[in-house]
Design a binder for this molecule. Structure first.
Ligand SMILES: C[S@@+](CC[C@H](N)C(=O)[O-])C[C@H]1O[C@@H](n2cnc3c(N)ncnc32)[C@H](O)[C@@H]1O
Ligand code: SF4
Length: 405
C-alpha cells in the first residue's frame, strides 16, 4: 500500500527528424519531404484526451516535449499540444514545460513563439562546438547555429535553458572535449547535460564504429576533467550526466529518477502509473508513427500494460535512484515502492562494505564515487533474486578485482 501517490508528469513524443544521426537510437524517423505533422498532432490530441482518464484527481507537475526533433513542429502545433493538455488535465500553474530543440531547425523568432505557447524550459541539442566533430556526428548544424539558437532563446525570455553536449566523440582528445565544456559554460545556461557517447545497438555507429574513438582510459579522464570543470563553474552534479544551477534541476527528469509517475503520449512513449492500492503499471504507445496515427484514428490504441511484481519494483527503484549522487532515504524507498526497507537491506549493507554505497543520518543512502564509476554493477546487485544474471555479475566482479574486497 502506498501512502501518497507520487508526483505526476507527462511525456509527449514527437518522432520526426530532418535526418537520423548515426549514433541515435531514439524513436526518431526521417521526416522526408512531406512529413504528416498535422495528422500527427491530431492523433496526439486524441491520445492526450485518453491519457486524461489516467490523471483523474491528480495534477500534472511537469511536461516534457521530446523527440525526435520537437522544433520541427511550428509554434502553432506546440501551442495546440499545450492547450490540449490544459483543456483536459489539471496542469499546475507553475508546471515546468520543457521542449527539446535541435539548433539546425530553429529559425530566428521561433523561440519567441514556443515561449508564448507556454514552453518555459528549452533543451538545446548542441552536442559539440567543433565544426568537424559536428559533421562526423551527422548533425545538421554547425557551431554558429548553436550560438544563434541560444541567443534567440534568451532574447525570447527563456531563463531556464539546458544545453546537451556529448564527450568521448570520434577523434576527440582531452583538450578538445574541454573546449566543448568551456564553450557550453560560456553561454551561461542554467543546465548542462554532459553525456558520454554510447554505441547503441541498431545504430550506424554500432555496426560501423568510428576507428578513432577514445579508449576507455581516455574516456574516464575526459569525464573526470569535464565534471571538475563544470563543478568549478558552479554547476552542481545532481545526476550522473546532469549539471545545473542549484535552483534549475530538471524537475521532470528528477521525477523519473525518483520513481514518480508519468503519463505517456505520442509514438513509442512509455508511461508509469501507481494506483491507490499501490500497484505500479507500465505501458507503452505503438512505436511506429504510422501505426500510432492509424490506431489513434480508428478508435484507440493497443497498449501493452505490465504490472510490476514487488521484486521488480525494488530493482526499478534502485536502477533509477542510484543515478543521483544525493541518493535516497529509506522512507522515500517505502513511499514509492510500498515495500519495507528490509527488501533491499542486505544488498545495501553488502554494497556499503564493498565501498560502493555510504549511509548517513535519517536512513539516507547514496552511491560513493566508486559506486558511481561502476554504476551498472552497483545497479545489477539489486536485480531480483531469481535473475541468474546476478550471480554471474557477482562472480565477474570478484574475478576482475575491479572492486575492493
Ligand atoms: C532526443 S535528443 C535531443 C533533441 C534533438 N533530437 C537533438 O538531437 O538535438 C536527446 C539527447 O540525447 C543525447 N544522445 C543521443 N544519442 C546518444 C548516444 N548514443 N550517446 C550519448 N548521448 C546521446 C544527445 O545529447 C541528445 O541531445
Ligand atoms: S536529431 Fe536528435 S533525435 Fe533526431 S536523430 Fe539526431 S540525436 Fe536522434
Amino acid at each position: 500500500m502506498i501512502d501518497d501517490l507520487p508526483p505526476l508528469s507527462l511525456y509527449v513524443h514527437l518522432p520526426y527528424c530532418i535526418r537520423k544521426c548515426p549514433y541515435c537510437d531514439f524513436n526518431s524517423h526521417k521526416a522526408g519531404d512531406a512529413p504528416p505533422l498535422d495528422r500527427y498532432i491530431k492523433a496526439l490530441l486524441t491520445d492526450l484526451r485518453g491519457e486524461a482518464d489516467r490523471a483523474t484527481g491528480r495534477t500534472i507537475s511537469t511536461v516534457f516535449i521530446g523527440g525526435g526533433t520537437p522544433s520541427l513542429f511550428s509554434g502553432a502545433a506546440i501551442d495546440a499540444i499545450i492547450s490540449g493538455i490544459d483543456s483536459c488535465m489539471a496542469l499546475a500553474a507553475d508546471a515546468e514545460i520543457t521542449m527539446e530543440a535541435n539548433p539546425g531547425t530553429v529559425e530566428r523568432g521561433d523561440a519567441a513563439v514556443y515561449r508564448r505557447a507556454g514552453v518555459n524550459r528549452l533543451s538545446l541539442g548542441a552536442q559539440s562546438f567543433d565544426a568537424g566533430t559536428l559533421s562526423r556526428l551527422g548533425r545538421i548544424h554547425g557551431p554558429q547555429e548553436i550560438l544563434s539558437a541560444y541567443r534567440d532563446a534568451r532574447d525570447a525570455g527563456f531563463d531556464n535553458i539546458n544545453v546537451d553536449i556529448m564527450f568521448a566523440l570520434p577523434g576527440q582528445d582531452l583538450r578538445a572535449s574541454l573546449r566543448d565544456v568551456e564553450r557550453a559554460i560560456a553561454l551561461e545556461p542554467q543546465h548542462i547535460s554532459y553525456y558520454q557517447l554510447t554505441l547503441e545497438p541498431n545504430t550506424v555507429f554500432h555496426s560501423a564504429p568510428p576507428g578513432d574513438l577514445p579508449d576507455e582510459e581516455l574516456c574516464w579522464s575526459i569525464q573526470q576533467a569535464g565534471h571538475d570543470r563544470l563543478r568549478q563553474a558552479g554547476y552542481e552534479q545532481y545526476e550522473i550526466s546532469a549539471f545545473s544551477r542549484p535552483e534549475n534541476r530538471c524537475a521532470h527528469n528528477l521525477n523519473y529518477w525518483q520513481f514518480g509517475d508519468y503519463l505517456a503520449a505520442g509514438a513509442g512513449a512509455h508511461g508509469k502509473i501507481t494506483d491507490s492500492a499501490g500497484r505500479v503499471r507500465r505501458y507503452q504507445k505503438p512505436a511506429h508513427p504510422l501505426t500510432y496515427m492509424e490506431q489513434s484514428e480508428t478508435g484507440g490504441f493497443e497498449i501493452p500494460q505490465k504490472g510490476l511484481a514487488d521484486e521488480d519494483i525494488a530493482f526499478e527503484y534502485m536502477l533509477n535512484i542510484l543515478r543521483l549522487p544525493g541518493g535516497f532515504s529509506e522512507k522515500a524507498f517505502s513511499q514509492r515502492t510500498g515495500l519495507p526497507p528490509s527488501a533491499i537491506g542486505a544488498e545495501l549493507q553488502r554494497a556499503q562494505s564493498d565501498g560502493l554505497m555510504q549511509s548517513g543520518n535519517g536512513g539516507r543512502w547514496w552511491p560513493t564515487g566508486l559506486g558511481l564509476r561502476f554504476l551498472n554493477d552497483l545497479q545489477a546487485r539489486f536485480l531480483p533474486e531469481k535473475c541468474p544474471a546476478k550471480a554471474e555479475i557477482d562472480q565477474e566482479l570478484s574475478k576482475s578485482g575491479a572492486l575492493p574486497d
